[in-house]
Design a protein around this ligand. Structure first.
Ligand code: 5RP
Length: 233
């Protein structure tokens, strides 16, 4: 494991202290949150945890959970999730987030909104004074007429680029939608921007997670910091 992976695992390990036997757990997506699924699998195997049911936030995490025999459920069977642990691409001092670097923003937001408690695990590189400083906003749009949404996003001030995979093909989400990565620059009023994104038909979801995270766990080279919403960074 390289240094960054060690930090990601350490953040996930700390977050896991909030998980108890019998819980319904939202399994976040990405290279940090995947550690949560792996650590839950370890603890189910050695008996430190029992009776956990996971709700994966992406097909990628679902595959990993199945590979590791973590029992899964759905929001149809269990509409109330006790806790979700997920990653983020950028976090501001209010614990508002940009997510969707891995393209799972829609399922991540659905599971987060169904959760009584949302913990975000990151390494220190994700901290930011103001959203948009480090990351673009991923916007998931349905393929039909997406050029119209691209134009709308550009009118809002973004450079909106269709996301591609490394092999040059267009990226499709788990829902079969496409992603427009929107460089807005620094976002002074994320609440207002989120409203403008939400009201446009054809935009399925966006990567601004406002008022959703209850707690942030940051892994730094000199240790782990645990910050609750309302506390300073
Ligand atoms: C996926 C996400 C991820 O949580 C986010 O991209 C962070 O990923 P990583 O931990 O790999 O940096 O939002 O849609």
């Amino acid at each position: 494991m390289n240094n960054v992976d060690t930090l990601k695992r350490a953040a996930a390990e700390r977050a896991l202290e909030a998980v108890s036997s019998g819980m319904i757990v939202g399994l976040g997506s990405g290279s940090t949150a995947i550690w949560v699924t792996r650590l839950i699998a370890e603890r189910l195997q050695d008996g430190r945890l029992t009776n956990i049911l996971g709700i994966p936030c992406s097909s990628m995490i679902e595959a990993e959970a199945r590979r590791l025999s973590v029992p899964l459920t759905t929001l149809e069977e269990h509409p109330h999730v006790d806790i979700t642990i997920d990653g983020a691409d950028e976090v501001d001092p209010q614990l508002d987030l940009i997510k969707g670097g891995g393209g799972a923003l829609m399922r991540e937001k659905i599971v987060a909104q169904a959760s009584a408690y949302e913990i975000i695990v990151v390494d220190h590189s994700k901290l930011s004074p103001i959203l948009g400083t480090k990351w673009h906003v991923p916007v998931e749009v349905i393929p039909f007429g997406y050029g119209s949404q691209q134009h709308y996003l550009e009118e809002l001030g973004a450079r909106a680029v269709v996301r591609h995979r490394a092999d040059g093909t267009v990226f499709h989400t788990d829902q079969g939608n496409i992603i427009l990565d929107c460089a807005f620059g620094v976002i002074n009023d994320p609440v207002s921007l989120a409203k403008k994104l939400k009201r446009r038909t054809g935009i399925a979801e966006h990567g601004l997670f406002i008022g959703i995270a209850n707690e942030l766990i940051v892994a730094d080279t000199d240790g782990i910091r645990q910050i609750k919403r309302g506390q300073p960074f």
